[in-house]
Design a protein around this ligand. Sequence first.
Ligand code: PMP
Length: 347
Amino acid sequence: MPEAVLKRAQEELLDWQGRGCSVMEISHRSDAYVELAQNAEAKLRKLMNISDDYAVLFCHGSATHQFAMVPMNLLADRGKADYINTGIWSDKAVKEAKKFGDINEVKALVNRDGVFTVTDVKEWALRDDAAYLHYCPNETIGGVELHDIPVDNKVLVADMSSCILSKPINVSDFGVIYAGAQKNIGPAGMTITMVRKDLMGKTAARTPTLFDYKVLADNASMYNTPPTWAWYLADLVFDWLLAQGGVDAMAIRNSEKSTKLYQYIDSNPFYSNPIDKPYRSRMNIPFVLANESLNARFLAESEEEGLLALAGHRSVGGMRASLYNAMPIEGVEALTAFMDTFAKTHG
Ligand code: PMP
């Protein structure tokens, strides 16, 4: 979270808009909260240039919920969908979707001599009659990013949990975009989903009410009590983003931050990143030490320096630096300075 947002939330915690109570304590049906909710949506539409052809849903729960909601909404009659698998999150999306439809999984991540890369689109066996093509533009754990739209003329469904708002994108290239809030939007517990309106309203009758995009859209995401606190914080993050210059400014900053860290990793044989350069993530940068027996020491000493959360995901180990929008360039500078000292001391 941007520090400025946390400070503002702190200031407003006990007394929101001079009402003598917290935003958490007022009814989501009150005029004041509805106005906040509408403003937040308007700000997101402005930031991402989202047209009226799309519904913007502030959903309860996580991106993992969306792994089920996408096929529930788009494959009502056990229809067909293609899924590109480039890592752990797209793999989980595939497994969930298989419960609901005929899923063609394209395993696109390959290990070529210790370097992970993504196979050429021409090698992907896609089906003309698939209702949509699902992919994960940024694989958070593996640090694999597909920087461009992989294919044209498909209904693209993208899990943008770890790259939303990190650069400009053309929303109209997609059928559905979803993103768990906890990286670039706000706290965990809410997921924002953008759905092209013509794709809604085709769920099977058995679909749970809250899992139906059309119900959420028709009720302005307030069929039931929405995650009001997370929505409020997202609104503050959107204010912060707009004040920073929006996603164009974020794109420049994110590119500067990641370039700096990759350049350092590539310049020092003490460290390495296993991803083929065209697919390296700007948001999550995994790296390993040449001498892995120093891992625990690296993590302990970096924590002492105030550099937190550098352990790689429990499924892969090693290290991972996440450079979400809220991470300032100074954070990367502090990390590379620490890495340099550590390499000189232990190399
Ligand atoms: N997709 C991606 C790309 C993620 O990074 C994550 C988690 N960080 C998820 C899905 C799952 O999110 P959640 O834990 O909110 O279900």
